[in-house]
Design a protein around this ligand. Structure first.
Ligand SMILES: Cc1ncc(COP(=O)(O)O)c(C=O)c1O
Ligand SMILES: N[C@@H](CCOP(=O)(O)O)C(=O)O
Length: 476
C-alpha cells in the first residue's frame, strides 16, 4: 500500500494544532481537551488484506499500523519494534482464536506479560514512545489512570525506561489483589503507583485535568498511555484484522462482541471496519455500569453513579473514546462534540443528536450483563465447553449469546486471564484459577505505593516532587 508521508491528526474538539503521528504519541490528549483521530482513514483493499492472511502477527501489525505512521518512522525500525513488542507474548499466535461453538470463537488477548489485552498495545506503545523521545533527546512524564489492567500493563512496559517517569492512578480498594500487585511491586525508580481515594472515573478526571493545565503539562512534559492516546487504538486494530482474516475475511464478514468500559477496544474494531475489514456486527457489551447500552437505547448519555462489580476494569461511566465515535457519527463536526462534552462536564449528561444516534445504531449493537448473568455465564461456559472465562470476558459472552444468530462467525474478545480475578471466578464456578508459574510469587512481592486524595492539585504536586527527586538522584 502507498503511504502518504504526511498523515495528519485532528482533534475531536477542533481547536488544537494538527499533528503528525509521533507528536500525537507524545501528546496523549489534545491541547483543547479533545482526542486525536487521523484526518482521513487509510483504505485496505480486499486483495491487500488477503495477502496478510496467515502472516505472523508482528508482520500484520507492521502492515496495519504503517499507513497511520505516515512515514515518520522508517519501515525497518517500525518492523523491528513490532517484532520486539510481540516477542514478549507467550503464545506463538500472540492473540489466538479458540472455538467455543459451531460459529462462536473467543479471541484470547491475554498472553502478554500482565495477562490482559492492554499488553497488546502497551508493549508496542512503550517502544514507539521510547524511540521518539530518544530521537529528540527528550524525557516525558506519563500520568495514567487505571481501573486495574492498563496500570499493570503500562508499568510493565515502561519500567526501567530512562526517558520516562510513569505515574499510575488507581482507585483505592477497587482493583483485584492481583491487579494491585502488578502495579505496586515494580522496584524501578521511574515507576510510581498511586492509590486515589475515589473511582476510576475520578482517576481519569484527574489525568484530564492535568492535561488541561497547560502550564503543568508543559513543565513536566506530560504524556499519556490511556486509550486517549491514538497509539493505543491503532495497535488494538491489529487483532481485529488477524482474527477476521483467520475466519475467512476479506471474503466473508465476521462479527465481534467486545467487553467495554472506556470504549477504546470497541473503537479499534470500528477503525478496523473503516479501513476495510468486513465486520458485520460490532457489539458493545457492558456490565451493570451500562451507560453505553442505555445511550444506544435512549440516545441519552447520562451518568447515574458507578457500582462496583466482579468485572472491576469495566466499572466506568465516563467512556473516553465515545468522544471519537461521536465525532465520526456527527460527520466530524467538532462544534457538536464541544457542545456535547460541555454538557457532560456541566450536568453529567448529553443527548446524542438524532442523525448521529442513527449513525451509531447502524454500526453498533449493545447489551448489558448484570452480576448474576456474568456469574451464570462463567458457570455455563465451563460446563458446556470446559473453558474458564474471566468475568470481563463472561460479560461479553453473556451479551453475545443474546444476539440474533447470523451466518457470520461471532468473535468474543477474551480480554483478561481468569487468574487476575480468582475470587470472582471461584465464586461463580468453584474453580480457583492459578497464576502462571512465572508470576507465581506475585502475591509475596513487597508493595510500594502512595495514597492520595481525589484532588488533582495534590496529584500534580506529588508528580512534580517525585519526578524532580528521580531526576536529582539520576544526576548524582
Ligand atoms: C479486562 C478488561 N476488559 C475490558 C475492558 C474494557 O476495555 P475498553 O476500556 O477499551 O472499553 C477493560 C478495560 O477497560 C479491561 O481491563
Ligand atoms: N479498563 C481500563 C480503564 C482504562 O482504559 P484505557 O484503555 O483508556 O487505558 C484499565 O484496566 O485500566
Amino acid at each position: 500500500m502507498e503511504v502518504s508521508s504526511s498523515v495528519k491528526y485532528v482533534s475531536t474538539r477542533g481547536t488544537a494544532p494538527q499533528l503528525g503521528f509521533c507528536d500525537v504519541l507524545l501528546a496523549g490528549l489534545a491541547r483543547d481537551g479533545g482526542l486525536y483521530v487521523p484526518e482521513t482513514w487509510p483504505a485496505f483493499s480486499p486483495e491487500t488484506l488477503a495477502r496478510l492472511a496467515g502472516r505472523p502477527y508482528d508482520e500484520v501489525a507492521f502492515a496495519v499500523i504503517r499507513p497511520f505512521v505516515g512515514g515518520e518512522i522508517g519501515d525497518a525500525l517500525l518492523a523491528r519494534l513490532c517484532r520486539e513488542a510481540y516477542a514478549t507474548f507467550r503464545h506463538p499466535a500472540v492473540t489466538p482464536l479458540v472455538q467455543t461453538g459451531p460459529n462462536a470463537f473467543l479471541l484470547e488477548l491475554f498472553h502478554g506479560p500482565t495477562l490482559a489485552f492492554k499488553d497488546v498495545a502497551m508493549q508496542l506503545l512503550a517502544r514507539l514512545m521510547d524511540h521518539v523521545l530518544a530521537s529528540r533527546g527528550l524525557r516525558a512524564t506519563i500520568v495514567g489512570a487505571t481501573s486495574g489492567d492498563t496500570g499493570g500493563a503500562a508499568i510493565e512496559a515502561f519500567r526501567g525506561r530512562t526517558a520516562t517517569d510513569i505515574f499510575i492512578l488507581f482507585p483505592k480498594g477497587r482493583v483485584s489483589p492481583v491487579q494491585q500487585r502488578q502495579m505496586t511491586t515494580a522496584r524501578e525508580a521511574n515507576v510510581h503507583a498511586v492509590a486515589i481515594e475515589g473511582s476510576f472515573d475520578d482517576c481519569q478526571a484527574i489525568v484530564k485535568q492535568l492535561f488541561n493545565d497547560l502550564k503543568f503539562r508543559d513543565r513536566v512534559a506530560l504524556s499519556g498511555v490511556n486509550s486517549i492516546n491514538w497509539g493505543r487504538i491503532v495497535a488494538q486494530v491489529v487483532y481485529y484484522v488477524t482474527s477476521a482474516l483467520a475466519l475467512g475475511a476479506p471474503w466473508r464478514p465476521v462479527s465481534f462482541t467486545v467487553p467495554t468500559g472506556n470504549f477504546g477496544d470497541v473503537f479499534a474494531g470500528y477503525v478496523a471496519k473503516r479501513i476495510g475489514v468486513p465486520i458485520e456486527r460490532l457489539v458493545i457489551a457492558t456490565n451493570a455500569n451500562d451507560i453505553l447500552a442505555r445511550t444506544l437505547e435512549s440516545g441519552r448519555y447520562e451518568k447515574s453513579g458507578v457500582v462496583p462489580t466482579q468485572s472491576p476494569s469495566m466499572d466506568i461511566e465516563v467512556s473516553s473514546n465515545f468522544e471519537r465515535l461521536l465525532y465520526e457519527a456527527a460527520g466530524r463536526d467538532d462544534a457538536v462534540v464541544r457542545q456535547l462534552m460541555g454538557g457532560l462536564a456541566q450536568s453529567g449528561a448529553f443527548t446524542v443528536p438524532g442523525p448521529a444516534l442513527e449513525a451509531i445504531r447502524s454500526e453498533f449493537a449493545a447489551g448489558r450483563a448484570g452480576e448474576d448473568d456474568t456469574a451464570a455465564t462463567m458457570r455455563s461456559t465451563l460446563a458446556a465447553t470446559g473453558y474458564l472465562a474471566d468475568p470481563h470476558t463472561a460479560v461479553a459472552l453473556s451479551v453475545a449469546a443474546r444476539m440474533d444468530v447470523s451466518a457470520a462467525p461471532m468473535v468474543t474478545l477474551a480480554t483478561a486471564h481468569p487468574a487476575k480475578f480468582p475470587a470472582a471466578v471461584e465464586a461463580a464456578t468453584g474453580v480457583r484459577p492459578a497464576l502462571p508459574s512465572w508470576l507465581g510469587d506475585l502475591m509475596e512481592r513487597e508493595e510500594r505505593f502512595a495514597v492520595l486524595p481525589n484532588d488533582s492539585a495534590a496529584v500534580a504536586r506529588f508528580v512534580e516532587e517525585r519526578a524532580r527527586a528521580v531526576a536529582e538522584r539520576a544526576a548524582t
